[in-house]
Design a protein around this ligand. Sequence first.
Ligand code: BGC
Length: 427
Amino acid sequence: MSKFSSDFLLGAATAAHQVEGNNIHSDCWAQENMPHSTYKERSGLACDHYHRYEEDILLLKEAGLNAYRFSIEWARIQPEEGVFDTHEIEHYRRVIRFCRQNGIEPVVTLFHFSSPVWLIRKGGWEADTVVEDFRNYVRYVIEALGSELSYICTINEANMGLQVAAIARRYTMMAKKAAEASGRGGEVQMGLNMQAMLENMKLQAMENAEIFGTPKPNCFNLGGSEHSDLLTMQCHLAAKEVIKSLYPEIKVGLTLSLHDLQPINGGEDRTNTVWEEEFTHYLPYIKDDDFLGVQNYTRTLVGPEEDLPVPDGAERTQMGYEYYPQALEHVIRTVAKDFKGDLIVTENGVSCDDDARRVNFISLATDGVRSCMEDGIPVKGYFYWSLLDNFEWQMGYRMRFGLISVDRETMERSPKESLYLLGSMMK
Ligand code: BGC
């Protein structure tokens, strides 16, 4: 196995809401705790990483990794509009310093899906005011912590809003077709009870109105319009401006969720359209960034009318999509045709119980990264998702992406073989 040189960032990633625990001022926490929540379970104490970050960072270091990507939680830093919590800033300062003391490069994400409830009450990610609010939050964080940082991802998967909206559209269409096919509009096949779903929607709308002041809150993770997509880019640019004005040497980029789109049965035109929405239309906003964070988990087979299902007999991950580690190399090569700056793989991973499948996934995916580098593509880092088995949003704790498992009763950590495999790739 050829190895990565010591200036390559090799590590693992987490996000605050998914690992820290008790993120009580955030919209995700509020969504989870509604009586008619669509979350399978609550995040609760998560992995208690808030208190156990030292142990987790040491495990990462001892395995041989040299970088840790984690996020700062806006809802902790600014639990109420205009109120900044110095105690929480000091928490993140300790995390960053602990990384540094242990030779680990901290790569910080300023926004990873969860927002403060007050922001959503103001209109969330569809309200123009989000740009100023994000700018103020970023200024506060960077004034306090900027001198300790070298890499910042402003927004995780800035394209998630459009992706979620597209999935929601497809899902609604499928449900409508099923209802039409049943000829009743009540119970439908595929185990769905439309009436109950509608009923649930109504109750949820009432609960939303109570917490967020609107039946349809514009949370980042619930999908967004083109306007919100534009605001997200403006947030990125505002954050970059603030960071560069205070610490020009910090490397700044955002991250995107990118699929390996493979046209099939004449799906070329649609592939171009999807890629434009997923990637190319962001280029004007990111082309001068110091790096782009590439996040990839699988491939998508794109037909002329719709995406095709996972091929018969193909292995699936716990998430339901195809186990396809080669996707990362394909995506890097495609992205590099248009984005000429440095690339950092800020997320790539697989959810499975059998760690041997993770070992295989990481081996193939990182082979792909090395092959890109040999061809001169400037890939500067690889972060596996995730360091820990953690809270996979609406799917809860059943998805296991981690290099380290976490006992949900005792919070005891057990490193998996895949952690050591990844660490052994460092020269
Ligand atoms: C997100 C993570 C998530 C992971 C696995 C990415 O879209 O950034 O928060 O846990 O995928 O689904």
